[in-house]
Write a protein that binds this ligand. Structure first.
Ligand code: F6P
Length: 540
């Protein structure tokens, strides 16, 4: 049953959809089942509840589900118009209804032969023109042809941006350091806390430092404040305002503000309003990463994204990795009441992946009104968090194993390391992966014991994503999987995953408070905020 128009208002409340009610009844019947029983009842369960997308293998058998659950979840996806919304997104439909925008991060990795039309214009040639410009620039910096103001080649690149203009390249640089030119140092400054830009520039020779100011809007106060400080220090160090031209480039959709800042728009790398900030990492926002890893590796990464886009668009929902992950998230969030979702990469290079996914997921699906503006009557996005294994095992896994809260988790691991360290029998990596496998086994099956304190109840849900090795392509695949997972969930919940009005109020209030911190006018807020402002003024 189709329950809503593709772009807009819900026709039927989600909780009244028959497929939702069927899931509620099914949950009542099976929620008490134990994974021990489910595995004992079906010797093939591990193989049956597993699937592949490009290089990623997903085993989702260690969730409290049966084949019937999957069928019912898929029916819900169909009933809530997921197929139509996927088609609308890929076709350039303006599915971001509150901002009247298309949602086309998939166009950023579309092949040159594709055609995607927005407002009467094919966007694919524009995407490839910018990619070529980025490639030319990255090669000039990497080869030493691009010189700083004093004639020195560039040795350091500092990306100044925040949120989607920082988290993607920062996460990917850590992930792909092995593929980068180690003679170049890449650093990131995002926080308006002066400590961040100070540390980012500490010890650098500014004569060989290039700043990439990355901001979709080019009005973000943190980014502009850091960029102005960097410009002031650069001009101070090199003694000439003209140095800015050789040391600053911009990535933005806003040429007027880039020019206003004093960056030549020749040195601006463009993207477009149909790329959401948190979906912008495969756009020109990835320029700093491209300088570090080179255009060929960057293209490999885009190819990885594209392989998952194709899978998401065409694979049947019951074998579609992003759809399955999204549906399992709905199962846990809405039927088991799970409030958080952990992402646990068994790979140190992915240490920033959870932070990247926090913005992707929580800024997208942290919503409490539907596309049509009515309050939602069901839970939406969970809190997303995590750190690399095995570190987490010695910190918070205790609660995942024996606490009172169900914490569904994604375990992400690789067959081969980028750093083979240790002896021929696998060394560090086998040890890491033994832990990876042991944790999901322990979480699922637990352990009975005479003493209650040593008993592990088990039955704790996990997904396992296993890939051959962390390469640029595999990183692109992983990110695309999570992008489309978030989209799947937003579609089912009937919310707009592509706006972020919730960040506005704090920005407006900060603008109001700022002059009150240095002045002596009576602050005009509530009694708590007023008292804190006065205390800050006394102490500053
Ligand atoms: O305030 C939130 C936000 O708008 C994010 O959505 C975005 O990624 C970030 O700020 C940075 O925005 P910009 O790229 O325009 O500087």
């Amino acid at each position: 049953m189709r329950v809503r128009a593709v772009y807009g208002r819900r026709v039927t409340r989600l909780v009244d959809v028959p497929e939702w009610k069927a899931l509620a009844a099914h949950h009542a019947a099976i929620h008490g089942a134990h994974l021990r029983e489910l595995f004992a009842a079906d010797p093939d369960r591990g193989a049956a509840l597993a699937t592949d997308a490009a290089d990623l293998h997903l085993d989702y058998s260690k969730n409290r589900i049966t084949a019937e659950t999957v069928g019912l979840l898929v029916a819900l996806a169909e009933a809530t118009g997921l197929r139509q919304r996927i088609d609308a997104m890929f076709a350039g439909g303006k599915i971001n209804v509150t901002e009247d925008r298309a949602v086309l991060h998939v166009a950023l990795r579309a092949p040159e032969s594709a055609s995607i039309v927005v407002d009467g214009e094919d966007v694919v040639p524009k995407v490839h023109a910018v990619l070529r410009k980025m490639g030319g620039f990255a090669e000039r910096v990497r080869s030493g042809e691009w010189k700083g103001f004093t004639g020195k080649p560039i040795a350091n690149v500092v990306n100044i941006g925040i949120g989607g203009s920082d988290l993607g390249p920062a996460m990917a640089y850590d992930a792909l350091k092995d593929f980068s030119d180690r003679r170049l140092q890449l650093r990131f400054a995002s926080n308006v806390d002066g400590a961040d830009i100070w540390e980012a520039l500490h010890g650098l020779d500014l004569a060989e430092t290039l700043f990439i100011v990355a901001s979709k809007t080019f009005t973000t106060v943190e980014t502009l404040t850091n960029a102005r400080t960097a410009r002031e220090w650069l001009v101070g160090a090199l003694g000439d305002e003209k140095a800015v031209r050789d040391h600053f480039v911009a990535v933005s959709t806003n040429a007027a503000e880039v020019a206003n800042f004093g960056i030549d728009t020749e040195n601006m790398f463009e993207f477009w309003d149909w790329v959401g900030g948190r979906y912008s990492f495969p756009s020109a926002i990835g320029l700093s990463l491209m300088v570090a890893i080179g255009p060929d590796h960057f293209r490999d990464m885009l190819d990885g994204f594209r392989r998952i886009d194709e899978h998401f668009r065409t694979a049947p929902f019951d074998r579609n990795v992003p759809v399955l992950l999204g549906l399992l998230g709905v199962w846990h969030r809405n039927f088991f009441g799970a409030q958080t979702h952990a992402v646990l990469p068994y790979n140190n290079e992915l240490s920033r992946l959870p932070a990247y996914l926090q913005q992707l997921d929580m800024e997208s699906n942290g919503k409490s009104v539907t596309l049509g503006g009515e309050p939602v009557e069901w839970d939406t996005g969970p809190v997303v968090w995590g750190t690399p294994g095995t570190n987490g095992q010695h910190a918070y896994y205790q609660l995942i194993h024996q606490g009172t809260t169900m914490i569904p988790a994604d375990f992400i691991g690789f067959c081969r390391p980028n750093h083979a360290v240790g002896d021929d029998d696998g060394g560090h990596h086998d040890l890491l992966m033994a832990n990876f496998l042991a944790q999901t086994e322990a979480l699922a099956f637990g352990r009975t014991h005479d003493t209650p304190h040593r008993t592990f109840a088990g039955n704790r849900p996990t997904n396992t994503i296993l890939a051959p090795q962390l390469t640029p392509s595999v990183l692109g695949q992983l990110v695309a999987v999570y992008e489309h997972k978030v989209f799947t969930q937003g579609t089912i919940w009937g919310i707009n995953s592509f706006d972020q009005w919730g960040v506005e109020l704090g920005k407006a209030l900060a603008n109001r408070i700022l002059p009150e911190l240095s002045g002596d006018a009576t602050p005009t807020h509530d009694s708590s905020t007023n008292a804190l402002i006065r205390r800050y003024r006394e102490g500053r």
